[in-house]
Design a protein around this ligand. Structure first.
Ligand SMILES: *[C@@H]1O[C@H](CO)[C@@H](O)[C@H](O)[C@H]1NC(C)=O
Ligand SMILES: *[C@@H]1O[C@H](CO)[C@@H](O)[C@H](O)[C@H]1NC(C)=O
Ligand SMILES: *[C@@H]1O[C@H](CO)[C@@H](O)[C@H](O)[C@H]1NC(C)=O
Ligand SMILES: *[C@@H]1O[C@H](CO)[C@@H](O)[C@H](O)[C@H]1NC(C)=O
Length: 510
């Protein structure tokens, strides 16, 4: 039993140690940034699920092989797909089939948020098909989500290659059932779905004649683009609205850490940020704020939207107005709270904020990020407003090992789909792909931003955010967006004309 004096010393030492440990800026492995999808985080999402879809489609199911790449019987699963054929001109007239490559979420959500495809289908007399990506929505192998997500063995069929093979098999089957073998297929996709659309055009050129790949960071792998690109673009989105806003956010991390370190500091932060539950760790608040800024950059649309959250038009401008507009003497952290409330509480009906219940949960994208989709990310001290952090593969590997007992294969995507030397490769071997990117979107940094050939084309919009072109037209669409969509329609029309002309040519030769 130590003497009182020694005990005091010991506790002093301990508190010093705790102080030292917590004084560094958060450098633990944060979950990698995500695309815009209805993921399993506990954000309030009041308007996410509309009771009725705006678009007319049938919901169907298809028995898919669980494993397309082995001949031992891994069994089947039921893949959901949506079909809208009211405008289809039919097999005899070679009516086109527009296929949206389902990404990491419920396919109904993507169908509702991809108005462009539905709106242009009548112009082309096209059928619209939205196949769901395996392991998402209701397209679950092993009978249930629990079964599918049990462990690394049951999850092993969740890969982009299997998903593309699903699309290929489904399209082939649908065409054959409709005797529509001659109908040309055009692929669409946004974000990860855009990556799938581009990759599918390259892997299965006999199945689809072209792909509109919107906001698809197919170069966000290995060292193809600098790892700080993503967070630099987020930061620039704030800086272009206001340098003082950018500076306030940049300074806020230190202020947070300092506050959290104080006696009752976590309690005070809990109160200040109106959190539902007592904050246990400043890192959780850092993650919550960082993801708000990243999502704001993705949905920095020029008109009000409710993709993830109900938001005003130019939401970053609104956040900065709040941060800058506080009365003199308002503390940095109070300003941050005002700003972030635009994202998390725009409707004003949130009583308290829930941070992630389980940011490290077993979900589909975490699995994909921990296996194939390894996208190195870091933040730069000089150019970003985020806490500086290095890309640390080994702590990422630890995170993946603790979640799934798997080791990421960080060079597999470029081996399987390419990415290095993309210009030379696609110039020779690619055709009929549109890479659309809005430069406000942090994912644009990993996108294809230059024209590669006559038919592998980059459409860039300075003021565009994450696949805004795929969204439904609105009365508030700016001219650049209307023009971008028109260019896309013209290019798709050219692909279809070329296809049909080649057919006519072939017939006349006979
Ligand atoms: C084939 O098409 C018919 C409609 O023409 C449909 O009723 C049937 O379910 C389809 N079969 C499959 C297996 O998709
Ligand atoms: C804050 O104080 C500065 C100078 O002291 C003044 O120029 C500015 O208008 C004040 N801002 C507000 C919001 O009161
Ligand atoms: C959300 O906004 C409303 C209206 O401004 C406010 O009364 C409420 O306290 C806010 N909720 C939180 C958690 O800050
Ligand atoms: C690529 O070419 C298209 C025309 O096909 C043009 O509209 C577009 O601006 C070009 N993109 C770039 C990045 O130069």
């Amino acid at each position: 039993m130590p003497e009182p004096n020694a005990q005091f010393l010991l506790s002093l030492l301990l508190s010093l140690l705790v102080h030292l440990l917590s004084s560094s800026l958060p450098s633990t492995c944060h979950p990698p940034p995500r695309f815009l999808t209805p993921h399993r985080r506990s954000f309030p999402r009041p308007t996410l699920r509309q009771p009725f879809s705006r678009y007319k489609y049938d919901t169907r199911y298809f028995d898919q092989d669980l494993d397309h790449f082995s001949f031992s019987d891994a069994g089947k699963y039921s893949q959901r797909y949506l079909v809208g054929d009211e405008h289809w001109v039919g097999a005899q007239r070679r009516g086109p089939i527009f296929v949206y490559c389902g990404n990491e979420g419920d396919i109904e959500w993507f169908a509702d948020n991809t108005g462009f495809v539905w709106e242009i289908a009548p112009l082309f007399g096209a059928m619209v098909v939205f196949p769901e990506h395996r392991y998402y929505g209701v397209s679950m192998p092993y009978g249930s989500r629990e079964g599918a997500y049990r462990d690394a063995t049951t999850l092993s069929f969740l890969t982009a290659e299997q998903a593309l093979a699903d699309f290929a098999v489904l399209i082939t089957h649908l065409k054959s059932n409709l005797s529509a073998e001659a109908s040309p297929v055009v692929l669409f996709g946004g974000s990860y779905g855009g990556m799938l659309a581009a990759w599918m055009r390259l892997k299965y050129p006999h199945i689809a004649i072209g792909a509109l790949s919107s906001s698809a960071p197919i170069l966000q792998f290995e060292d193809i683009v600098p790892p700080e690109t993503f967070y630099d673009i987020v930061s620039n989105g704030f800086k272009r609205e206001s340098t003082s806003c950018f500076e306030t956010i940049k300074k806020s991390w230190e202020a947070l850490i300092e506050e959290g370190r104080k006696e009752n500091g976590l309690q005070k932060l809990t109160k200040m940020f109106c959190l539902c539950r007592e904050l246990k760790n400043v890192d959780d608040l850092v993650d919550w704020l960082s993801s708000a800024y990243s999502y704001l950059a993705m949905v920095n649309y020029p008109y009000p939207s409710s993709f993830l959250m109900p938001l005003p038009g130019h939401p970053i401008r609104e956040v900065c107005k709040r941060i800058d507009g506080c009365a003199n003497g308002t503390s940095i952290l109070e300003r941050i709270f005002e700003g972030v409330s635009v994202y998390y509480n725009f409707t004003g009906d949130v009583e308290c904020f829930k941070l992630d219940d389980d940011p490290h949960g077993m979900d589909g994208w975490n699995w994909q990020a921990c296996t194939e989709m390894v996208m190195p990310m870091s933040t730069s001290e000089d150019t970003s407003m985020f806490p500086p952090s290095e890309y640390d593969l080994s702590s990422f590997e630890e995170w993946c090992s603790s979640l799934f007992k798997v080791k990421p294969r960080s060079t597999w995507v470029t081996t399987e789909f390419g990415g290095h030397d993309i210009v030379a490769t696609l110039k020779k071997f690619g055709s009929n792909i549109i890479f659309a990117n809005g430069l406000l979107d942090p994912w644009s940094g990993g996108g294809v931003l230059q024209n590669i050939s006559d038919s592998v084309v980059a459409l860039i919009t300075e003021e565009g955010a994450h696949h805004i072109d795929l969204r439904a037209a609105t009365d508030e669409d700016p001219d650049w967006l209307i023009e971008q969509r028109q260019t896309e329609v013209n290019l798709i029309k050219k692909w279809l004309d070329d296809y049909n002309q080649a057919r006519v040519g072939a017939v006349s030769v006979m």
